[in-house]
Design a protein around this ligand. Structure first.
Ligand SMILES: [Zn+2]
Length: 292
């Protein structure tokens, strides 16, 4: 188990002290009992990613890992570049969206909510709903299994659109942050439906700001990661694939790749447009940094 979490774990339901044992973690107050699987604390009853995901082609492939790897390799070679342009910044542990660099400080304890299997930040605790590689804690962002005032920084990158009650996650992030701790949220605004496993929300720049303020955060920065050209590039790709698919899934996937190759260069106009005042009107992905 990640050494950094042993002292700050708390019952996700009643926030009381847990008794860390070999294979399980009982709550001393409400008597809930949680498991330790593969040396990772699991705070969800329903563990399986597949059970809660929608039955898409990708998910079916993911079950057959070998086939998924082959498909991914082919897609990596033949698939079009991302339709979204975003400026990247280099931090110690790798490349991140550029605004993240304003939040990262040496020796900070970071909570990365919805981390997936990526270990981008070396001093981050990765939290996700599935027992993926590099996940330190399996839990729901709406009931975070940590004590109050535990973290210096909470990252929620392109995650809140997949949560049915995003405000609860923001509230929980506020609770587990230390005083003057920071939150970084990125979320799509004008973006196609993408279920992984599901897709419920879009925020405007004003909406993101308001929700952070309602929770108690002071806004430090607010802006755009991918602007209007990324939106047009993505929408054209999906619109043309739908138009030429004749309602057939295979043709849709095929044309998504073909039109992806034709339309992806549009995104580079965002190198300039991201700086325009009106860019947020139809931005693809936005972000905010708040302080507790
Ligand atoms: Zn409890």
């Amino acid at each position: 188990m990640n050494k950094n979490i042993e002292n700050i774990l708390a019952c996700p339901k009643c926030k009381s002290k847990l008794s860390l044992q070999k294979d399980n973690i009982p709550c001393l107050k409400c008597k809930s009992n949680y498991k330790i699987i593969n040396n990772t604390p699991v705070f969800l009853d329903k563990l399986s990613y597949d059970e809660i995901s929608e039955e898409s082609f990708r998910d079916k492939l993911r079950k057959n890992t070998k086939l998924f790897r082959i498909f991914k390799k082919i897609h990596n070679v033949l698939g079009p570049p991302d339709s979204n342009y975003s400026k990247r910044a280099r931090v110690k542990s790798g490349k991140v969206d550029f605004p993240v660099k304003y939040t990262i400080r040496e020796n900070d304890l970071i909570l990365n909510i919805g981390s997936s299997s990526k270990k981008i930040y070396s001093n981050a605790i990765n939290l996700d709903i599935g027992l993926f590689e590099n996940v330190d804690v399996v839990a729901d962002g709406k009931e975070i299994p940590f004590k109050d005032n535990s973290f210096d920084l909470v990252l929620i990158e392109s995650v809140l659109e997949h949560v049915d009650e995003p405000e609860r996650v923001i509230k929980e992030a506020y609770r587990v942050l230390k005083s003057r701790g920071r939150i970084y949220i990125s979320i799509p605004f004008v973006f196609v439906f993408h279920g992984s496993p599901n897709d419920f929300n879009r925020y405007t720049l004003n909406g993101l700001k308001k929700r952070l303020e309602i929770t108690g955060f002071k806004i430090k920065r607010l802006g755009i990661i991918s602007g209007p050209s990324s939106t047009i590039s993505q929408m054209l790709r999906y619109y043309l694939a739908t138009l030429f698919s004749f309602n057939n899934d295979f043709l849709f996937s095929l044309f998504l790749n073909i039109f992806g190759w034709i339309t992806f260069p549009i995104k580079y106009f965002d190198i300039v447009l991201n700086k325009y005042k009106k860019a947020h009107l139809m931005a693809s992905i936005i972000y905010a940094i708040g302080e507790k």
